[in-house]
Design a protein around this ligand. Sequence first.
Ligand SMILES: [Zn+2]
Length: 116
Amino acid sequence: MEKDIKQLVTKSCANFIDGKCILLDRECPLLVGGEYRGKKIAASDCSCTYFEKDVLPSNKTVEAFYYGKETVLNKSCKGCGKGFNSVSNRSAYCSDICRKSARKKTFIKANQKRAK
Ligand SMILES: [Zn+2]
């Protein structure tokens, strides 16, 4: 869970000293979030290369959650509304089943319009 990630940062990250990230010389973004071009970024949306490489692998449970959360955020299916992980930016559906059933629906709609 998110608090496990934070705990791992505070306990195990070598760059986390006295509440600060010594690499960034500021508070750790994984704990407090960050800012990008004036916009606030939630801590859960931040990532840290050092943390991913050197801290995260020591705790497989947190590691799975850490990467899992990114895939959940990735996309939500236009067909069933479930979150899914997609490599391609174009796909809007979690599976072929959803893609096909959505196509069928638009096809039926088009036919109904024509019938009126
Ligand atoms: Zn779906």
